[in-house]
Design a binder for this molecule. Sequence first.
Ligand code: EPZ
Length: 418
Amino acid sequence: MSSFVVKGGNRLEGEIDVQGAKNDVLPILAATILNGGKNVIHNCPDLRDVNITIEVLKNLGCSVTKQGRILFVDSSDINGYTIPDTLMRQMRSSIIFLGAIISKFKKAVVSMPGGCEIGNRPIDLHLKALKQLGVKISESHGYINCEVDKLEGGNIHLDFPSVGATENIMLAACMAEGITTVTNAAREPEIVDLECFLNRMGAKISGSGSDVIKIEGVKRLYGVEHTIIPDRIAAATYLSCAAITGGQLILRHVNSGHMDAMTAVLKEMGCKIYDERNRIIISSPKGKLKNVKRIVTMPYPGFPTDIQSPFMSLSSISDGTSVFVENIFENRFQHVEELVRMGADIKVDGRIAVVQGVNKLSSARVVAKDLRGGAALIVAALSAEGVTTVENAKYIDRGYECIERYLSMCGVNIKREE
Ligand code: EPZ
């Protein structure tokens, strides 16, 4: 079980090329099975979740080869419509394949994804939407069995703007009969890029980025070339690393337009942020960060739940009290007890965490319990006095491409220990 060992106190200074977005590449890889052709995906991040998704594609009969950050996916010999328990348990977001497999084979058998570290992660919205497209769904022995004679478009209203459910509807409906309209759709940039990818394949989708998406079914789709968008959450995590150390950082290959809610909070904390076309430059205050009274997670374009924990690390040494409200997931404060071990003053009550800034954090042996909570512990360790060990590096590797290399290149004392 590998860990990160961080000696705190160094100012982060340097430049980082931001990785491709994990939450963009996963649905796009699922979409490649729709076109039964050759696809070339550029700027693919080297992450555990991407490797598991590649295993799912191979398990379905696709051929996948990698050259650096370029993935070649050939789905012409796809022959399977089942995702086994072993793969679903490794990564529950494999549920994103459901819509695409049903569209391709008119049937699908996937293991129940189950919950994960941050919540029980229901898929009722996905299944309700697929039923509205005519899919018959039964659940038995821990598997979801789906069948449909012909997918027929319709009007689907999402009770909650679920990212995954929106994506599954787009994938299932793009070759359905007729028109599908999704209202209360998720508006994340990754949804917009999925529309761009599908339309390049020959789909007819419009409206993504707004809460109403229209999908006009087409007969056939074709293999394409595409570049994954920058990872806005990884980018904001690195900005947090600069902010907590009073450092300076140039982030290249970002889309600052996807990061307004996060950079606004950093500015409120006293950081200077300059954004140019595809670069962001942060210059952090040498003294204490100002506290931000309330941080409330919301669907995009609101403050993203995925950056809540790294920003809580920042607030734990800011000069006042901050109230965090986590509206998206019911168990996304697992990093709190670990931050408290490092000297943070945080009280949790349900979905609310009250953070009283302290003067300094101190090093400790802490345990990552989920991807973004683990990232928050690394952010905290950068400013803590002494040597902090963050266990369970595997969680962090799910979403951050060789984080220790990027941070070391910017003057941070961080090593991976097997
Ligand atoms: C995506 O998860 C992201 N994952 C998450 O990133 C992100 O936090 C989340 O969207 C919100 O932005 C990927 O894209 C692979 P949701 P997803 O469906 O699609 C409830 C990370 O750290 N819900 O928008 O699973 C659900 O329980 C990960 O990179 C239902 O109730 O998120 C949650 O409370 C974590 N029923 C809320 O909606 C459903 O059928 C938001 O979930 C589906 C969701």
